[in-house]
Design a binder for this molecule. Sequence first.
Ligand SMILES: [Zn+2]
Length: 101
Amino acid sequence: MAKQRSRHPNKEIEKALVYAEEQGWRVTLLNGHAWGKIQCPWNDAECRCGTFCQVSVWSTPRVPEHMAHNIHRAVDGCKRQMALAAAKTGDRLRPKGDNYG
Ligand SMILES: [Zn+2]
């Protein structure tokens, strides 16, 4: 809430950007041909930086839904994020689940 970034003109994409921000991703505005880009906050070898963990955001993509989907996929696909999610649900730590094994 402290700083306000420009909104993306497309509603679907803006929603995806907000989602990315909620996961701790950084939204960077660009002045060039792309509207901006998003980057995962874990800029290290653990995640798939350069491929999954950075997404260029176009101002007027041909199919906005695809762009939004891409953003979601990148955020969800970040290895670090998956590890976090696994830790949260306790998938690995649960000693014995009801239906485990
Ligand atoms: Zn990452």
